[in-house]
Design a protein around this ligand. Structure first.
Ligand code: ADP
Length: 650
């Protein structure tokens, strides 16, 4: 292939623009990203070589070499990993394969600070080289291809890049950064070692740099300088972080390792590092990020947990290792029991993998439980024994973390109710909601239960599109009057997730918008009797209403749930809520065509007016349409509604 110039995919060009304009504040991370790519490339080679030892050629020791040339102002990161063919270079360095990229780019604002934050959730990888370089040359040859099938890729980081085939004896990839003038500090061994130590100590691969030594100048009076010796030395610890004993690992090292495997810019919220013994033995190092990634809602997205077997990387799209509702977890699992040379398909089926998945799921749940437990600390109280409880520094550091976690990932966690039956109860305890007594999303089912009124037999909740709609829903009126707390659920997934949870710790969950209200013991005999009498007296009007609305309402009945509003809509006990039906329709899906029940407040002046009114038909329809509006819906025929209201206004 002779030299040709190709354009970057539009999203890459956008990303590059951002990289060069927004990521200045954290220049040095480019080295972490490129070394991490080099390390991945070596991992891939090791994995492919399990079934094809010839791929090692005559260089079985995998390594990364970092070198620089002061005169040419270049910094080179070279690995002897899997390498790239010409086509792979075009595909991998010219396009972004992550799905959802386009949507993500659409979210960028042009505000550099904000975008730099966003880009952290995206991860720039290879392109971060352009933070320090105004030109990057990549030379590579894929393992197993002939020397003549090498490739050179060159770009100035604007709209396009050049590719051509070259002859390259060495397997693997060299990334040559032509440094900008303001990045010349990286042409210095001491600086490079310092950055590598900070970001790449935990990489199991040796990172080599050429040794330098001091040499006096041969010319009289001139100062000496450092010269290269031709000897290479390893400058990182080169032992996989997770294999080291916990006590030898600092907080910073754990955090840096997280950033390297996740491409995140922020520190993780928390992590757990354990050696699991028993039938299946493995090491797990699992992190919970602080911020949701840009593609959290893409359920097909690769899970963030990498599987190693005896330190050999096996796969990173390890869905088999983490259920989908925990897809935000990042980390490493290293097993000594799994066979090395098995296919991914077989791995997914393996009993050991299933045990690892169960164990890892439980570990994540207990991390979350621990955060939830320490989320809030009340002022230290003096116990009965006269001793004041002291909150340890470690526990203090956990304050507020669960709230932060929940704001980012709570909605995903809820998917677990439908996905992970075995852990449903533990998950239910981790859920938090707003309620009629708390605007913040902080009420757990257990908190709710502890506050239940005497005689209250159910946990009441309402689902709506927004907090305001939920709070002002007419269905809540009687609950407000009686001072009964109602959970306000406004996540899209709530309705679906709650289908899988019928009770919490023995107390049934009851939607206030489903079925007839039965406040049970919360209503006294006199109230019940008065309601029955009102319903009886209202019967003839009800019959007329039913007739007038027979196309819209399944039934019309008198209710005690309303105080200030004339009417509301409810669904039958086993029916799909109108909110869920609306959501399905919006998403272009089929929703069962069930009609709601109209409930009227016989005490309301508007309802009282119905009897004998010459406008009966119009009033009936207005009542129905208003009930629909009140819960965030739209009348089927808005124009007809307006006409009716106007006629009455006139
Ligand atoms: P990511 O690593 O997140 O996939 P990058 O932009 O860093 O994204 O890299 C894009 C792709 O380019 C990688 O997935 C890989 O296929 C290829 N690549 C990058 N660096 C190397 C390398 N040193 N050796 C082989 N392939 C590489």
């Amino acid at each position: 292939m002779s030299k040709q110039t190709l354009s970057f995919q539009a999203e890459v060009a956008q990303l590059l623009h951002l990289v060069t304009h927004s990521l200045y504040s954290n220049q040095e991370i480019f080295l972490r990203e490129l070394i991490s790519n080099a390390s991945d490339a070596c991992d891939k080679l090791r994995f492919e070589a399990l079934n094809n030892n010839a791929l090692y050629e005559d260089a079985p020791n995998l390594e990364v070499r970092v070198s620089f040339d002061k005169d040419a102002k270049t910094l080179t990161i070279q690995d002897n990993g899997i390498g790239m063919s010409a086509q792979e270079a075009i595909d991998h360095l010219g396009t972004i394969a992550k799905s959802g990229t386009k949507d993500f780019m659409g979210k960028l604002t042009g505000d550099q600070k904000q975008d730099a934050q966003l880009i952290g959730q995206f991860g720039v990888g290879f392109y971060s080289g352009f933070i320090v370089a105004d030109k990057i040359t990549v030379e590579s040859r894929r393992a197993g291809l002939k020397a003549e099938d090498g490739v050179r890729w060159v770009s100035g980081g604007a709209g396009d890049f050049e590719v051509e085939t070259i002859t390259r004896a060495a397997r693997g990839t060299s990334v040559i950064l032509h440094l900008r003038d303001d990045a010349s500090e990286y042409l210095n061994a001491w600086k490079l070692k310092q950055v590598i130590g900070k970001y790449s100590d935990h990489i199991s691969l040796p990172i080599l740099m050429e040794k330098e030594e001091w040499k006096e100048s041969e010319k009289e009076g001139e100062p000496g300088g450092m010269v290269k010796t031709g000897e290479w030395e390893t400058v990182n610890k080169a032992s996989a972080l997770w294999t080291r004993p916990k006590k030898d690992i600092t907080q910073e090292q754990y955090q840096e390792f997280y950033k390297a495997i996740s491409h995140d810019y922020e520190n993780p919220l928390t992590w757990a590092h354990n050696r699991v013994e028993g039938n299946t033995e493995y090491t797990q190092l699992l992190y919970i990020p602080a911020k949701a990634p840009f593609d959290l809602w893409n359920r097909d997205k690769k899970a963030g947990v990498k599987l190693y077997v005896k330190r050999v990387f096996i796969m990173d799209d390890a869905e088999a290792l983490m259920p989908s509702y925990l897809r935000f977890v990042k980390g490493v699992i290293d097993s000594s029991d799994l066979p090395l040379n098995v296919s991914r398909e077989l791995l997914q089926e393996s009993r050991d993998v299933r045990a690892i998945r169960e164990g890892s799921t439980k570990r994540v749940l207990s991390m979350l439980e621990d955060l939830a437990k320490h989320d809030k600390h009340d002022a230290p109280a003096e116990g009965a024994d006269g001793v004041t409880d002291v909150v340890s520094e470690e526990d203090k550091a956990k304050e507020g973390k669960y709230t932060a976690f929940y704001a980012e990932f709570g909605a995903v966690l809820k998917e677990g109710l439908g996905e992970d039956f075995a852990n449903r109860e533990r998950l239910a305890k981790l859920l938090r909601f707003a309620s009629t007594t708390s605007d913040s999303v902080s009420v757990g089912f257990a908190d709710y239960k502890a506050r239940m009124k005497e005689g209250q037999e159910a946990i009441y909740y309402i689902t709506a599109d927004t907090l305001a709609a939920a709070k002002n829903s007419p269905q809540l009126e009687v609950f407000k009057k009686k001072g009964i707390e109602v959970l306000l659920m406004t996540d899209r997934v709530d309705e679906w997730a709650l289908n899988y949870l019928h009770d919490f710790d023995g107390t049934p969950l009851q939607s206030v918008a489903k079925g007839a209200v039965d406040l049970g013991k919360l209503q006294d005999e006199a109230e019940k009797k008065a309601a029955e009498e009102a319903a009886e007296a209202f019967k003839p009007v009800l019959a007329k209403l039913k007739e007038a609305l027979k196309d819209k309402a399944e039934d019309v009945r008198v209710t005690t749930r309303l105080v200030d509003s004339p009417a509301c809509l409810v669904v039958q006990d086993d029916g799909m809520s109108t909110q869920l039906a609306r959501m399905l329709k919006q998403a272009g899906q089929k929703a069962p065509e069930t009609k709601p029940v109209l409930e009227v407040n016989a005490e309301h002046p508007l309802v009282k007016k119905l009897d004998g009114s010459v406008h009966f038909h119009d009033l009936a329809h207005i009542l129905f349409d208003q009930a629909l509006l009140a819960e965030g819906g739209l009348p089927e025929d808005p124009a007809a509604y307006v006409k009716r209201v106007n006629a009455l206004l006139v």
